[in-house]
Design a protein around this ligand. Structure first.
Ligand code: ADP
Ligand code: MG
Length: 243
């Protein structure tokens, strides 16, 4: 398997707090890695570091063989290779749904408006919200907004998609409409890193589980191994609370 995201001995502090402790892991092309762990364990910081939304103290992160640049145009391009979907949908509030999905394509990928619109409509269709294209984000339900956020990220033709608790802010009845889109992506071979508490999704779509606690990767296993036979006491304790 070809490595796509390589995280090598990465450390990160917030002041005195050591939030990423010597993190090393590789996400391969087409792999779906599910990151789970208690609140505050560093899951979001790891995602944000992969997308360079956070700096790191030391270590390296490479995306498809390229080291993350510090800033500038190269960073914008590399960031476009890494699609990110957040818990809070983060759509541009003053742009229509369609504009949300075309802007990055036009500005970063340098597509014509017509090409960007065509691609956006295909993706909105695919996530089931094409009929909302001319609306403002606030007119959509949470589940619809999150699906637009996924379409927006996909429109950049990312090499990897990072999802940071994409369903945590949703009403229960909307969780599955978002998870279904994610399962579809996984089945099509998209490389994905997914932070989630949805254990059904982890079992169904995950190929590898990373269990984080207190800034460390404590356990790395297949979903089958992890859920039936967690090795570390911390994973056992975590699972006993959520399952
Ligand atoms: P998780 O996503 O697993 O809940 P986070 O990566 O959000 O964990 O946070 C890890 C730790 O870092 C937590 O203790 C959190 O309070 C702290 N933290 C996160 N972001 C910041 C920040 N910008 N400044 C200071 N501390 C932060
Ligand atoms: Mg988090």
């Amino acid at each position: 398997m070809e490595p796509l995201v390589v995280v090598d001995h990465v450390n990160k502090h917030f002041g005195e707090l050591h939030v990423l402790k010597d993190i090393t892991t590789t996400v391969h092309k087409g792999e779906v890695v599910v990151v789970i762990g208690p609140s505050g364990s560093g899951k979001s910081t790891l995602c944000r570091a992969i997308n360079r939304l956070e700096t790191i103290d030391n270590g390296t992160i490479t995306i498809d063989g390229k080291k993350l640049p510090e800033e500038g145009k190269e960073l914008a391009k590399l960031r476009a290779d890494v699609g990110m979907v957040f818990q809070s949908f983060n759509l541009f509030a003053h742009k229509t749904v369609l504009e949300n999905v075309t802007l990055g394509q036009i500005n970063v990928r340098k597509r014509s408006k017509a090409d960007a619109t065509k691609r956006a409509m295909e993706l909105l269709e695919r996530v089931g919200v094409a009929n909302q294209a001319s609306k403002m984000p606030s007119q959509l339900s949470g589940g619809q907004q999150q699906r637009v956020a996924i379409a927006r990220a996909l429109a950049m033709d990312p090499k990897v998609m990072l999802f940071d608790e994409p369903t945590s802010a949703l009403d229960p009845e909307m969780i599955n409409e978002v998870l279904d889109v994610m399962v579809g992506l996984a089945e099509e071979g998209m490389t994905m890193v997914v932070v989630t508490h949805e254990m059904g999704f982890a079992r169904k779509a995950g190929q590898r589980i990373l269990f984080m606690a207190e800034g460390e990767i404590v356990e790395e296993a297949t979903p089958e191994e992890f859920f039936t036979n967690p090795k570390s006491p911390r994973a056992q304790d975590f699972l006993s609370k959520i399952l």
